[in-house]
Each structure stands twice: as structure tokens, then as C-alpha cells.
Design a protein around this ligand. Structure first.
Ligand SMILES: Cc1ncc(COP(=O)(O)O)c(C=O)c1O
Length: 387
């Protein structure tokens, strides 16, 4: 008997987003957007319902994490990521990027340095400016057997006694890599040897296409001897397409690390939006069926995109993602100074410019949209490739 999984959610319908006050469509209304990391899909209905229910209460005073959220988040961490933590190890935040900045302020003094690998989500290359006179050491990711990984030799050569922090993106944006336990233990060992705090940004950890073949390993699921130097940053925002709601959290099990991180907030962070807390609870409590279908849809989008580009743009070197809906495309076979600008001017599509990620000659293409929209964008892209 063939068992066909029922499809419950619709990712094909095109939902008009222009004029709804969103960055992706409204920043450049003249272009078709395949840039910033959000999806064109409705979120899980349970999340929308939770927000409506909270809105209907009608009183919106200062919020704090309620017990149901704390319980479901601890449960999520334990069951999905094998991370058992007390409630007080969770520091609630309005976003992950502010957490990167807080880490710089908490752990770096003038003259000290932050290390990361490129290509990298652009704030990784800029948050050091939030501290006074902090240096950035950025090392290109290397490839071994066709697989993006860390270039530990180059990292060893570049690290200085003044380096305090390592910023990790896992799964990696924009390379779509899910680092293995072995790679992460080697990285944590590097951080230990050089006494670095390891900031593990795991915002994409629930957007992995084959969780059996490439399971996510949380910073706090590494051996316990590393936990005192790790801050794991998480959020349901990318997975459930609720980035505009603003909810994230840090897991910090070492008291002194946590005190320094929290102290760095000072009075700079606003209270967290009450809808964020309820959206997060609903995502973790009820979002799994939606997440599974969303992943299947994205995996098919990736396959279709690869097939299309292999047929129509064989000179573009298109990365195969294990995770995330953001594809890294090497355009250096063409002699454009700036490929993103070329596609903007000639094809009227908005893709991310690799230069902001520390790698000129590349673009990042967001395929989290209805398949017809993706294919229309790719058609425009290939229509302006020189013959
Ligand atoms: C690696 C990474 N970290 C953080 C963010 C954004 O985090 P937030 O919106 O919570 O500040 C993104 C968004 O794409 C990302 O890719």
C-alpha cells in the first residue's frame, strides 16, 4: 500500500505583500525581491491564532515570558536539541542581531578583537563597530572534498592574544552548511585554546532539509566542558516566518558569562513585545506539522532551482544547501564588477550582494517563495546572462 502524506498547508498561493510595511517588498517596490531572509508564506495558523487571541485581550502592558512559554521552550530545547537547561539559563531578547552586539560590548575592550569566518551574514562583519576600537579578524571558510568548512590552519595563524570572541553561524548563512559535531568540537577546542567566548547563532537550526543525514548540533549539546564559554542564540523567527514580530533568546549556563551579557544591555533594549512571547509559544507547541510541510516545499524549490540553473545558467556555480532557503551563487565566471547590481539594473530583481558578506562576485538568492514566483525570478536572472 502506498501511503501518501496529506498536504495541509498551501505554499503555492501568491500573497500580495507590497504596501504592508515590510522590508522585502517595500524597500525597492520597483524590483522583484529575492534578497532579505524572510519567506513569502503564511505562518503556521496556530501562531496567527495565538496572536489574535492575545490581541483580543486588549490590554498591552509590559510583558514577560509566561510559564507556558518557558515550559514549552525548555521542552523544545530538550526534545529537539538535547539541551537540558533551567529556566534561568534562558535570556529573552527582541532579536539575535542585538545579541551579537551585546556580546561585543560584554566581552571586548578597546584594542581587542572578534573573529568570524566569511562569507558571513553581514552583521557578523559589522557588530564590532558597536564597541570602541574593536578589531575584526575574518577568515574565509575553506572547502574540503567540495564541502564548506573551517580553515583551522588559517584561523590559528590569524588569532591574536587580544581576540575575545568567535562568532559562529550554524547552520551557516549564506553557505547553507550544517556543521557536524566533529567540526564543532574542533571549533570549541580552538575557542578554548585561545580563551574565546563562542557565540553560536543558530537562528536557522530548524530549517534543515534532511535532519537525519545532517542533524543540528546545538552549542549547548557539545560536551559540557565547553558550556562555560558558549552562548547559544536561538529564535523561532526564521523557521516560522515571524521575524517582524521580534522574539529571540540566548542560552547561557555560566553565571558569570550571563551576568556580563545581561549587564551589557544597560538601558539599551526595549521590553519585549508581548506578541513575540505568544507567537514563540505557539510555534514550539503546535508548529511542527507546518514546519515539516514548509521544509518539504523548500527542498523541492531547491531541487527545481538547481535543475533550472543547471540547464540555463551552467556557468553560475550554485551552492547546494543542507539548510536555509538562501542560496549562495558564485558569479565570477562572468566579469561583472558587481553581479547583484547587474541583475538589479538589467533583470529588475533584487538579490543580496556578496560583497556585504565579505565575498565580491557572489550573490545570495532567497528561494522561500511560491515556486511560480521563484521560477519567474530565475527566468529574469538567466535572461540577462551574456551568451
Ligand atoms: C545568521 C543570522 N543571524 C541573525 C539574523 C537576524 O536575527 P534577528 O532578526 O533576530 O535580529 C539572521 C537573519 O537573516 C541570520 O541569518
Amino acid at each position: 500500500m502506498i501511503c501518501v502524506q496529506a498536504v495541509m498547508y498551501d505554499f503555492d498561493t501568491i500573497i500580495p505583500r507590497r504596501g504592508t510595511g515590510n522590508i522585502k517588498y517595500d524597500r525597492r517596490p520597483d524590483l522583484d525581491p529575492f534578497w532579505v531572509a524572510d519567506m513569502d508564506f503564511l505562518t503556521a495558523p496556530e501562531i496567527t491564532q495565538a496572536i489574535i487571541k492575545r490581541a483580543e485581550h486588549g490590554v498591552f502592558g509590559y510583558a514577560q515570558a509566561h510559564q507556558g512559554l518557558i515550559d514549552v521552550t525548555r521542552d523544545y530545547l530538550a526534545k529537539r536539541h538535547q539541551v537540558e537547561v533551567d529556566a534561568d539559563a534562558i535570556v529573552w531578547l527582541g532579536g539575535l542581531v542585538p545579541a551579537l552586539s551585546l556580546a561585543v560590548k560584554a566581552f571586548c575592550r578597546p584594542g581587542e578583537a572578534v573573529m568570524t569566518c566569511t562569507p558571513s551574514y553581514p552583521p557578523f562583519l559589522n557588530v564590532h563597530h558597536d564597541g570602541a576600537s574593536i578589531e575584526l579578524i575574518s577568515i574565509p571558510h575553506g572547502k574540503i572534498n567540495g564541502q564548506w568548512t573551517f580553515d583551522f590552519a588559517a584561523m590559528e595563524a590569524a588569532v591574536t592574544p587580544q581576540t575575545r570572541l568567535f562568532l559562529l553561524s550554524n547552520p551557516q548563512n549564506p553557505l547553507g552548511r550544517v556543521f557536524t559535531r566533529t567540526e564543532l568540537i574542533e571549533l570549541a577546542g580552538f575557542c578554548e585554546r585561545h580563551d574565546l567566548v563562542m557565540i553560536s547563532d543558530e537562528i536557522h537550526c530548524d530549517i534543515i532539509f534532511n535532519e537525519t543525514a545532517t542533524p543540528h548540533v546545538c552549542g549547548h549539546a557539545l560536551p559540557a566542558n565547553f558550556h562555560d564559554r558558549i552562548i547559544t542564540l536561538l529564535s523561532p523567527s526564521k523557521t516560522y516566518n515571524i521575524a517582524g514580530i521580534g522574539i529571540a533568546y540566548a542560552v547561557i549556563t555560566n553565571d558569570s558569562l550571563k551576568r556580563r551579557f545581561v549587564a551589557a544591555r544597560g538601558h539599551t533594549q526595549s521590553e519585549i513585545n508581548t506578541f513575540g512571547y505568544y507567537a514563540c509559544e505557539a510555534a514550539y507547541r503546535s508548529g511542527e506539522p507546518w514546519r515539516q510541510e514548509m521544509l518539504a516545499y523548500l527542498a523541492e524549490n531547491q531541487a527545481v532551482m538547481h535543475q533550472f540553473l543547471a540547464a540555463h545558467a551552467p556557468r553560475l556555480n550554485v551552492n547546494h544547501n543542507q539548510a536555509t532557503y538562501l542560496t549562495w551563487i558564485d558569479c565570477r565566471a562572468y566579469d561583472w564588477e558587481n553581479p547583484a547590481q547587474h541583475f538589479e539594473k538589467e533583470a529588475r530583481i533584487f538579490v543580496s550582494d556578496g560583497a556585504f558578506f565579505g565575498s565580491k562576485g557572489h550573490i545570495r538568492f532567497n528561494f522561500a517563495c511560491p515556486r511560480a514566483v521563484m521560477l519567474a525570478g530565475l527566468q529574469k536572472l538567466v535572461s540577462v546572462l551574456p551568451q
